[in-house]
Structure formats: C-alpha cells, structure tokens
Design a protein around this ligand. Sequence first.
Ligand SMILES: [Zn+2]
Length: 129
Amino acid sequence: MPEPSDSDRRKAAQMEAWLASSRLVDALERGWEVHFRCQYCGTTKTWRRDVMLGRARGLLGETFAGIQRKAACPRCPGRVPIIWISGIQEPGARAEQLRWALITSLLDAGLNPSDYGYGWRPSAATGKP
Ligand SMILES: [Zn+2]
C-alpha cells in the first residue's frame, strides 16, 4: 500500500461537525469513551472518565477539534490522530440525570461546574446558558 498523503491523513482525521464542536466535558457528561489512533504508527489510546477527571482535566472545556490539534502520539512524533467516541450519543430521557451526575462528579473532583457552563438551573428552563 502506498504511504497516505497529507491530504489523505487530513481526510481520515476529519470529524463530523457535531463531534468536532463537542467538548471533553460533554463526553464526560454523556459517559462517552474517547478513542485516539495515531495515523503514523497505529498506537491507540482511550480516555475514560478517570482520565478526563485526572490528567486530561485541563482539557475538559476544550473542543475535540482543539484536542485533536494539540494531541501528540505517545510513541512517535505523529500528530492529528483519528478521534472517535463510543457510548450513547443522545441521552434522551436521561439527560437531566446525566447532567446532575456530571455536576456532582466535577464538584467531587474539585472542579467548578460553572467554569464549563453548568449552572444550578437547567439551561432549557431559562433559555440561557
Ligand atoms: Zn504514533
């Protein structure tokens, strides 16, 4: 197989708009697992909630587009990993429950929910973030 070109790699790494604009804190709220694959050496890694609340906590307010730009492969100098997520994408009736669970998790981790746009009143009720 020929080596993929830079444009092939850009294409492979392209995320759907909803994912590119989602934040890491959204992944934490919805219970997603975030997967990364290096396009150069194939190394994969997965972020679950322990990582999101642990060493990746500084990125909670960052979008996946931003995380992808910053990400570096742990094994090689490869940049721009392929990112995908697993887990329930539309929480439906559980939305409010997940939201409160997230607020509790952030507080337990010593983080301030309002730093990430989570207030004490559901935004749907006020129409404001
Ligand atoms: Zn790599």
